[in-house]
Structure formats: structure tokens, C-alpha cells
Design a protein around this ligand. Structure first.
Ligand SMILES: NC(=O)c1ccc[n+]([C@@H]2O[C@H](COP(=O)([O-])OP(=O)(O)OC[C@H]3O[C@@H](n4cnc5c(N)ncnc54)[C@H](OP(=O)(O)O)[C@@H]3O)[C@@H](O)[C@H]2O)c1
Length: 216
């Protein structure tokens, strides 16, 4: 992406988008973010222009369209995100929360992704891709390592300051997935290998004893 380009991120109050907005700001982009109206102040704080997706139509907010749209929600199989692009713009899809929430089958989501690659043949020169950090790491481990080193560098100088919802131990990973799925977390859950398990941190529970005379 080039400095000054207009970028739209969906679910801008979420954890991934917070990272996208922070990095977009460092890259000199002009960020916009869709979120519920209640999150408008947070989106502004993150340096983006909020769009309340329950009241505004993001495909019409910017006449001419966005240079890039990042969509981790997949509402309507990414169709409206593709519409929101300017000629020659790029849609980067990276999730399908809307499909998961609607309990759509995995085959449906795979079809949404496959269709992204067919849209390049439509007039207008727009492009669409699906990004997966796991696929990227498997295909290009050196790129992944380089990115991670740069991110840790930015973290060390506090150029990026991610919100941390909670630091948890490794044995809480299943619970962490349940909490991520439920949504509504304020920032990221950070797995810390050195942290003792929650069970070891809690005071021991008393064993229930035999019922007393006063119990009914
Ligand atoms: N491809 C990859 O490499 C990769 C890596 C990590 C995560 N992901 C995916 O990225 C997506 C976001 O992850 P996250 O950790 O940022 O999630 P998150 O923290 O739960 O945030 C998601 C945000 O999306 C909004 N949202 C949820 N459902 C919506 C819907 N139906 N319509 C519009 N907005 C909706 C919510 O904002 P409001 O409350 O404002 O509506 C929420 O703040 C997930 O699909 C996840 O699986 C992909």
C-alpha cells in the first residue's frame, strides 16, 4: 500500500483490526473503520474515521471507493466489500465471522473464498484475495520471521501498544478459544508460558463436608 491510500477495515473495534489500524497509521494510510456506533470513540482514538454499519451504508460513504478493504466478517459473502472498492482496488478477506455466527457450513465459506478469485474477471480491474497467517507462515517462513521481528521491534519502542484483555497460562488455551468465539473481548488474550495455571493461582476450595444438623 502507498501513503495516503484510503483503507476500510470491518469490525474495527476488534483485536485484528486494532492491529491493522495501528500499522496503517504508521504506514501513513487514511483509515476508515466499520463498527457499532458505541465503538465510535475507540475507532477515533485508533486514528480512523468510524462508520456505524447499523446506520450507514459503507459502500456509499466514500464516493469513488476505497483503495483497499480488509474484511474478516464476510457479510453477504464479501459482496458489499467488493462494491466499496474503487476501480483497481484490492479486497483482502481474512475471516468469515458472519458465516460462523449464522452457522453456515464450511463448504459455503470455501465457496465464498473461491468466488473471490473469480471476481478478478469482472470489469473494473478490482482484485480480491484471501489472507491466512498460517498459510503465509507455512509457505514463506522467512517472511513470517521477518514480520515478527519487525513487530517485536515496534513493540519494544512502544510504537505499537496493543490492548491486552488478559494474560493467561498455556493450560487455559481451550477456554481462551471459547472466549474468542464468544467475542466481546477488549483486546487480545496473551498466552504466557511462564504464568502458573489459574488452578494453581486460585486459593484451594474446601471439600464439601457431611450435611450438618441445620441443613434441610
Ligand atoms: N486470516 C488470518 O490469518 C486471521 C488471523 C486472525 C484472525 N482472523 C479472523 O479475523 C476475524 C476477526 O478476529 P478478531 O480476533 O479481531 O475478532 P474480535 O476481536 O471478536 O472482533 C471482531 C469484531 O467484528 C465485529 N463483528 C462481529 N460480527 C460482526 C458482523 N456479523 N457484522 C459486522 N461486524 C461484526 C465486532 O464489532 P462490533 O461489536 O462493533 O460489531 C467485533 O468487534 C475473525 O473472523 C478471525 O477468525 C483471521
Amino acid at each position: 500500500m502507498q501513503r495516503g491510500q484510503r483503507v476500510l477495515v470491518h469490525g474495527a473495534a476488534g483485536a485484528v483490526c486494532e492491529a491493522l489500524l495501528a500499522l496503517g497509521r504508521l504506514a501513513g494510510l487514511e483509515p476508515w473503520g466499520t463498527a457499532q456506533g458505541a465503538h465510535a470513540a475507540l475507532i477515533r482514538q485508533l486514528g480512523a474515521t468510524p462508520i456505524d454499519y447499523q446506520r450507514e451504508d459503507f459502500t456509499r460513504v466514500l464516493p469513488g471507493g476505497f483503495d483497499v478493504v480488509f474484511d474478516g466478517i464476510g457479510e453477504e459473502g464479501y459482496r458489499r466489500s467488493f462494491t466499496a472498492l474503487k476501480r483497481g482496488g484490492l479486497l483482502c478477506a481474512y475471516g468469515y465471522s458472519a458465516g460462523v455466527q449464522a452457522q453456515r457450513g464450511m463448504l459455503t465459506m470455501l465457496m465464498w473464498i473461491a468466488r473471490l478469485y473469480l471476481w478478478r474477471w469482472l470489469p473494473g480491474g478490482k482484485r480480491a484475495r484471501f489472507y491466512s497467517i498460517n498459510v503465509m507462515r507455512a509457505r514463506h517462513p522467512a517472511w513470517f520471521r521477518e514480520d515478527l521481528e519487525r513487530l517485536f521491534g515496534l513493540l519494544a519502542t512502544r510504537a505499537i501498544q496493543p490492548r491486552v484483555a488478559e494474560r493467561i497460562s498455556f493450560d487455559e488455551v481451550a477456554e481462551a478459544h471459547r472466549r474468542l468465539e464468544a467475542g466481546g473481548l477488549e483486546g487480545k488474550l496473551v498466552l504466557c508460558p511462564d504464568l502458573p495455571s489459574r488452578r494453581d493461582r486460585m486459593p484451594p476450595q474446601r471439600e464439601p463436608g457431611p450435611a450438618s444438623q441445620t441443613d434441610t
